[in-house]
Design a binder for this molecule. Structure first.
Ligand code: GDP
Ligand code: MG
Length: 206
């Protein structure tokens, strides 16, 4: 019998994906230690941390967080990182259209990944509103349309608040992902990000 093992709290492997410099390590540090270090160094190798989230219904979810380095440049390798992961968090920087475009390619790979994986699309550095180059509506609508994405990337200097985008298709929702903007610097929405993920994880039946 393995009852002792089944009694252990199960933990959910979570992997962070996204371009270098978007703030993946800072998000983890904020979530796990409640800190922000503006002088933080580039992640060497992969780092591993764990943190538990308590939900409203008094259940808890323990995350095993894999913060990777080096994968950013090779989107094709992303499946290696999220194979076996229960959660993939795809991060871009709201001041960097380039990082957003890369988030798109990582997200594309989801179609070939595990169907059960919980995915979150995160626009980080939301404190830098004055430098914002990726509007919220763009992140929600354009992801569904490669042509618009390319057009947007070429003309990203124009912030286009297309009126139709406001009620545009919510790509993230439609694909079982969710979208949130965070700031590791101010801690805005960091806990909410992990709580939302925890809520979406499939529950072991009692
Ligand atoms: P990673 O390569 O994705 O792990 O990115 P890091 O976590 O190392 O962060 C890269 C840079 O962005 C660092 O200089 C951080 O100080 C900065 N940074 C990260 N998150 C935020 C944020 O929410 N707001 C601001 N203003 N800067 C951030
Ligand atoms: Mg890092």
């Amino acid at each position: 019998r393995c009852s002792a093992i089944t009694d252990l709290p199960e933990s959910s492997p979570l992997v962070l994906l996204g371009d270098s410099g978007v703030g993946k390590s800072c998000i983890v540090l904020r979530f796990v230690r409640g800190q922000f270090d503006p002088t933080s160094k580039v992640t060497v190798g992969a780092s591993f941390l764990s943190q538990t989230v308590a939900l409203q219904d008094s259940t808890t979810v323990k995350f095993e967080i894999w913060d990777t380095a080096g994968q950013e440049r090779y989107a094709a390798l992303a499946p290696l990182y999220y194979r076996g992961a229960a959660v993939a968090v795809v991060v871009y920087d709201i001041t960097s259209p380039e990082s957003f475009t890369k988030a798109y390619w990582v997200k594309e790979l989801q179609k070939h990944g595990s169907p059960d994986i919980v995915m979150a699309l995160v626009g980080n550095k939301a404190d830098l509103q004055e430098k914002r180059e990726v509007p919220v509506q763009v992140s929600r609508y354009i992801l569904d349309n490669l042509f618009l994405l390319i057009a947007y990337f070429i003309f990203h200097c124009i912030t286009f608040p297309f009126p139709f985008m406001n009620d545009g298709i919510d790509y993230a929702e439609k694909n079982g992902m969710f979208f949130i903007e965070t700031s590791a610097k101010t801690a805005d929405n960091i806990n909410q990000l992990f709580e939302e993920i925890a809520k979406r994880l499939p529950r072991p039946s009692p």
